[in-house]
Design a protein around this ligand. Structure first.
Ligand code: NAP
Length: 336
């Protein structure tokens, strides 16, 4: 049995995670039971959602157990198989963990992938993975933009946000994005084609409200919310009548024990507006449909996407933390 380096959780983070909450442990892999496969993980997707899985709080899936490897979506190859449908060498995508080897029972989210049909197998963790399909279905099904409308995207330079902005542009909308720092704001307009960008760093809620009003005096028909906190509160002060707020994430609150935000919900009443949470998992049966449309846009040169790939499971902790400092440029992926 090969040795397995596992990025394990040793203590639940209190607020911002620290390195000592985790431990890289080496253990032997176990023998396979009938039907199982052993996956040699090549890449792990480092997602903000992982932070939520480290807390023992009610969620859409159970928390990572203390002593267990940190859950993550991975792509890798079958190293051993006790399943007639999976041969050694097949590429698979699945919800596994940050570790060299994962054992999975195929079915559900574990599925074969074809590296020949994408420029890079990592694309299954970015534009053709949950991230890309969150942007696609979250915007189109929850935000429901209509040509000519104005869309605000928060966390706009990130993996989800950058795609949301471009998809909104493809729908014929005017798109404003919020990101941290001048370089990311320049990328919004120059690379992703946003109509305007706001650097939220150093701005309080009043300054954010003013910056939004300057770029969208009539307000927003759709807000695609990735951040929460004062950024969401400022957006709520700039709604148009009948606006839709697609609540995708609240990353500014993931490491804050007592978050303060969404104090301006009364604006939903003022504008007969709607706020709705979205979970990409709900769209799994339609992933093929969304990926096909995204593939068409990519082939037509209408979509740009970026991957930030960091080498080595030894770097799992500092790499994960880039999500919360804004250190990632595009979809954050760890090469195991
Ligand atoms: P990402 O945007 O590529 O990376 C995270 C970015 O969040 C950072 O680069 C940083 O960008 C920004 N950020 C971090 N802390 C912040 C803070 N305190 N205030 C403002 N911005 C902050 O990550 P992603 O994978 O695309 O995820 C984006 C959001 O979508 C997250 O909220 C995530 O939970 C959510 N999501 C939801 C679903 C779903 O099914 N609902 C699925 C996937 C992702 P700046 O440099 O601009 O600050």
């Amino acid at each position: 049995m090969p040795d397995n380096r596992r990025f394990t959780l040793v203590r639940r983070p209190q607020g911002m995670p620290v390195a000592s909450d985790f431990h890289l442990k080496t253990v032997p892999t176990r023998a396979l039971a009938p039907g199982e496969i052993l996956i040699r993980n090549a890449y792990a997707s480092l997602d903000p959602a992982i932070r939520g899985w480290l807390d023992d709080a009610p969620s859409y899936m159970p928390p990572v157990a203390i002593g267990d490897a940190v859950r993550a979506t991975t792509v890798g190859t079958v190293a051993e198989s006790a399943n007639a449908d999976f041969a050694v060498g097949d590429w698979v995508l699945g919800l596994n963990a940050i570790e060299d080897y994962s054992i999975a029972s195929p079915g559900g989210f574990t599925q074969k992938i074809d590296p020949a049909v994408v420029p890079s197998v990592t694309n299954y963790l970015s534009v053709f993975g949950a991230v890309g399909l969150t942007a696609y279905f979250g915007l189109l099904e929850t935000g429901r933009p209509v040509a000519g409308e104005t869309v605000l995207v928060t966390g706009a330079a990130g993996a989800v946000g950058s795609l949301v902005g471009q998809i909104a542009r493809i729908q014929g909308c005017r798109v404003i994005g919020i990101a941290g720092g001048a370089a990311k704001c320049a990328r919004l307009t120059e690379r992703y084609g946003f109509d305007g960008a706001i650097d939220y760093r150093g701005k309080d809620e009043a300054a954010l409200v003013a910056a939004m009003q300057a770029l969208a005096p009539e307000g927003f028909d759709v807000i695609f919310e990735n951040v929460g906190g004062i950024i969401l509160d400022a957006g709520l002060m700039n709604l148009r009548d009948g606006a839709r707020v697609a609540l995708c994430g609240l990353i500014s609150e993931y490491n804050v024990p007592a978050p303060v935000g969404a104090r301006n919900l009364w604006q939903l009443i003022v504008h007969s507006a709607r706020i709705e949470g979205l979970l990409v998992r709900d769209f799994v049966p339609r992933f093929g449909e969304g990926a096909a449309v995204m593939a068409g846009w990519l082939a037509a040169g209408k979509l740009q996407f970026d991957e930030d790939i960091v080498e080595g499971i030894d770097n799992a902790f500092p790499t994960f933390m880039k999500l919360f400092s804004g250190g990632n440029d595009g979809k954050l992926i760890l090469r195991i």
